[in-house]
Design a protein around this ligand. Sequence first.
Ligand code: ZN
Ligand code: ZN
Length: 407
Amino acid sequence: MTTISIRNASVLDVAEGVLGDTTDLLIVDGKIAEIGPANAATTVDHTVDLGGRVLMPGLCDAHVHAIVPINSFAQLTRWSPFYTAIRAMPILEGMLMRGFTTVRDAGGADFGIARAVAEGLIPGPRILYSGKALSQSGGHGDMRGVGETVHDGHYYVPSLGRVVDGVDAVRAAARDELRRGATQVKLMVGGGIASYTDPIHFIQFSRDEIRAAVEEAEHAHTYVMAHAYTDACIRHAVECGVRSIEHGNFIAAETAAWMAQQQAILVPTLVAYSTMWEEGLSIGMPPELHAKISPVLEVGSAQLEIAASNGLKMVYGTDLIGPLHRHQSLEFRIRREVLPAAEVIRHATCNAADLFNMADRIGHVRDGYVADLIALDGNPLDDIEVLMAPEKLALIMKEGRIFRQSV
Ligand code: ZN
Ligand code: ZN
């Protein structure tokens, strides 16, 4: 049994958006066993005195791609899976050291890398992986150029997605990803930026194909997340039972209100566009893909206002790739410019836990919850920037294991 006492913590109630009085916590074997004044008679293995600093749940990012580089989407399929995993290691460590203790990988990461992190072989956040995203021929997961015919679809060829056409093939692929432990199924239901043959307004997969994936996910007690930019793509997916809409930049107000009724969730990924626009070319993004960012960038952060004013639940996502991961926390600033701090904090904590079907385990600082905790030099309700400066993280704990302690 390993016990850690955390003293003098001002616990942030993320659901209510209020800071509690200073208290103590007892962590036993990776879980929060007790919140309240420490018992002097209890012996512990380690003590952390926060001196009144804010303690909050570890952060969640619902849209990452741990293994996808920016300069070679297509080349990824020529890489060794070992090389790909080793390149992902500093990316995963960087996420954890920014305070992200749980991430949902939206395509590319698999059971191997998630297991390596879970076993403590490499530092990183808990990875909720989709395996390979399902894409139709010519869809956002099909990285062939127009002159290419052959696609190496072997499972151990690293890639963002796998190409499947037809209801039976989609059903089989969804079952296969779930067999490999995918925590959700990822579909590409519309065009995207990082693919060569599909403008973003293309609608992808037939309704029956999407419904087949949704049915398989639901049978496995999980859900489908879908890449979709335009309002038509969003409707196409949610009408077929998709629960998590990724990006969703062009969502209309009526669709946002309707999605809220359907209990679907929106995962904007705004930081990806400004950073890719500014830095993409210099770090090797093909110019024809870089040009596809412009219309998405033009709609800006309007979707945040549309979603919030129509009661649509949102979750924190970033969708950064390769060296752009260092901007992961910038999404907080982008959202804070439109929304109250307490709401933005919910995106990265309790709302994410709801989306992940983990609301009874993560996303709050509560008795019995997993000890994913960060402590801050400052109050994020007053100044969201404290979440953006890794040096202001006084404590980073994942499942009771301390990865940083500067107090
Ligand atoms: Zn996407
Ligand atoms: Zn993505």
